[in-house]
Design a protein around this ligand. Structure first.
Ligand code: C2E
Ligand code: CA
Ligand code: CA
Ligand code: CA
Length: 274
């Protein structure tokens, strides 16, 4: 080996080992965090575009890391998915979201839905619907106040099974929204086959208002309404985003313009603002 190449190799070897170690520590830490319940949910309001009323709260998971502080889901959800820990974590998220929503209802806040993100692995659990039915039972939350968010990519793996699960949710009375719509393997076939209640327009289309994106947003809104689905736009950050969506007859909006995701202790204030 030439000297230069050898150095490259050693560099590669070192960074590979470090990356591996880093992952291993993160994985170990993730295990520990699950045991210690070092996770928190933040909540972001979903707003009715017609009257500005909050109609839902999306639960977004954060890792409250002892040294790193708050770690965002973009950093640990992929690892949790890879290692299968997402099933246990996801279970905690659903339970915690339901428990918290029931507390707000009992405090007398307006009754709204809590939306929970599900990952593919979680969605493929055989006992998912029963499991969620049990969580609703245990927490005392009525099914119509829980919403599940799934993504299109989940649909690819096992269509028949997905449809069965979605039917199960429908029977249970839990709504299902299709998240990040337009960014995945969008197949229009799924929209006719899947019992869904809502489409979520990905924030990508809202934030870059190119001619194409504007056309896409208009089309998704029309499509949703023709299929009797509600439609919500994510990533609404300013007045301009909002007035465009009002103009296009979108049903619901979510984004920093209304509020960033907030800890449970701040949710009460969200309601007093509207
Ligand atoms: P998502 O489901 O598409 O959630 C929306 C993300 O956009 C959130 O990021 C939210 O904080 C952010 N966001 C909301 N409004 C705005 C806005 O106006 N502008 C911008 N720039 N961003 C906005 P977050 O909380 O970092 O979550 C990232 C992703 O992590 C989520 O994307 C979701 O896919 C995943 N995730 C979060 N919590 C969970 C969970 O409990 N389980 C699973 N499986 N995935 C989760
Ligand atoms: Ca989501
Ligand atoms: Ca989304
Ligand atoms: Ca997303």
């Amino acid at each position: 080996i030439k000297k230069e190449n050898k150095n490259d190799f050693l560099m590669f070897k070192r960074s590979f080992t470090e990356g591996f170690k880093e992952r291993l520590t993160l994985e170990t830490e993730l295990h520990r965090a699950l045991e210690n319940k070092d996770f928190v949910l933040h909540f972001q309001p979903q707003v009715n575009i017609k009257n500005n009323e909050i109609i839902g709260l999306e639960a977004l998971c954060r890792w409250n890391h002892p040294n790193r502080g708050i770690v965002s889901p973009g950093e640990f959800i992929p690892l949790a998915e890879k290692t299968g820990l997402i099933v246990e974590l996801g279970d905690w998220v659903i339970r915690e979201a339901c428990r918290q929503n029931k507390i707000w209802q009992d405090l007398g806040l307006p009754k709204v839905k809590v939306s929970v993100n599900l990952s593919a692995k979680q969605f493929l659990q055989r006992d998912l619907v029963d499991n969620i039915a049990n969580i609703l039972d245990e927490t005392g939350l009525e099914p119509q106040y829980l919403e599940i968010e799934i993504t299109e990519s989940m649909a690819m793996t096992n269509e028949k099974f997905i449809i069965e699960t979605l039917k199960g949710f429908k029977e249970l009375g839990v709504n299902v929204a299709l998240d990040d719509f337009g960014t995945g393997y969008s197949s229009l076939k799924y929209l006719s086959q899947f019992p869904l209640s809502k489409l979520k327009i990905d924030r990508l289309f809202i934030q870059e208002k190119t001619e194409q994106n504007i056309a896409i947003v208009k089309t998704i809104i029309h499509l949703s309404h023709s299929l009797n689905l509600k439609v919500i736009a994510e990533g609404v950050e300013n007045e301009e985003d909002l007035s465009f969506l009002i103009e296009e007859n979108c049903d619901e909006v979510q984004g920093y313009y209304f509020s960033k995701p907030v800890p449970d202790t701040k949710v009460k204030e969200l309601f007093s603002k509207t």
